[in-house]
Design a protein around this ligand. Structure first.
Ligand SMILES: [Zn+2]
Length: 291
């Protein structure tokens, strides 16, 4: 079910109601609200102001995932499982080291790759899949999908899917938008048109900000909760597609895995997490997003 018409209906309904109320009690109500200066505050202006405020609140909650937005996942089931996810790779310097640690620790993760990097480093992309990890799309060239035309969004999704499929043979259903940015229009294209699951995150490691491994672990220990999806970066850079320093990300991984396990969490790929979501949990909830 698409919840957008309902939300629009609520906004219009509230606006109409408020207009009616302010008209009926005019000028008393307006006077009370504005402290006696109602003579020059026409009801229409007040109504429009209220409509604007409601619209802003609604779009804020829409962006932050209030209500039902099908196909958007910010966390897994309310159970002791967590998912470790990596964005922007693969990267020849860091991804193989991450894969080695995951193998030693017998943990599986999820890699949201750009099509461009999958084509550039096909061996690493194939290794991700061969070692049992999930591979997901992170657009073709890490293009922000807001703002973007429908053509750009579709092109980014199609080319990323094609690159991942031709290199790894995986027809991925997992997608993460660059910087977590999406609009309702983007959601419809991603979810309804392409049939992808939009996977956001519960806790960001903030590894791109240059935290030390210890700071990363402390941060995760503080914010992790049942069903958390944890965001790391194995590539990327502030203004470029790759080149950022991810040594802390790599060094933090064994500590993060040890911490999570000592706290009783099982580490699973995102696809497995989705399988464990019950029907009621499939309705996305408000996120504790700490990007
Ligand atoms: Zn990214």
């Amino acid at each position: 079910m698409n919840s957008r018409p309902y939300r629009l209906l609520v906004v219009v309904g509230v606006a109409v109601l408020l207009t009616a109320v302010t008209s009926a009690y005019r000028p008393t109500l307006v006077e009370r609200v504005l402290g006696g200066s109602a003579h020059y505050a026409p009801t229409l202006f007040v109504s429009f102001a209220i409509i604007a405020v409601v619209a802003v609140i609604v779009s804020y909650y829409e962006y932050h995932g209030f209500g039902t937005q099908e196909g958007i996942v910010r966390r897994g089931p309310n159970a002791p499982v967590v998912a470790i996810t990596y964005d922007d790779g693969p990267n020849p310097k860091y991804t193989p080291r991450i894969l080695e640690i995951l193998q030693t620790k017998e943990a599986r993760a999820t890699f949201f790759c750009t099509g461009l990097h999958v084509e550039k480093y096909p061996e690493i992309a194939r290794r991700i899949v061969a070692e049992g990890h999930d591979i997901g799309s992170h657009t073709y060239s890490h293009r922000d999908l807001v703002p973007a035309t429908r053509r750009v969004v579709e092109d980014q999704l199609r080319r990323a899917e094609a690159a991942i499929f031709s290199v790894t043979g995986v027809a991925t259903r997992l997608f993460r938008p660059p910087r977590g940015l999406y609009s309702n229009a983007v959601r419809r294209i991603v979810v309804d048109e392409f049939g992808l699951q939009m996977i956001l995150w519960t806790v960001s490691a903030l590894d791109w900000r240059g935290l030390t491994p210890k700071q990363i672990v402390r941060r995760i220990a503080r914010y992790v909760r049942p069903g958390a999806i944890i965001l790391f970066h194995d590539s990327g850079a502030l203004l470029r597609r790759e080149g950022g320093k991810r040594a802390s990300t790599v060094e933090a991984l064994p500590l993060v895995i040890d911490y999570l396990r000592s706290a009783g969490y099982e580490i699973v790929p995102v696809s497995e997490m989705l399988d464990r979501l019950t029907d009621t949990e499939m309705e996305p909830r408000r996120a504790l997003e700490r990007a």
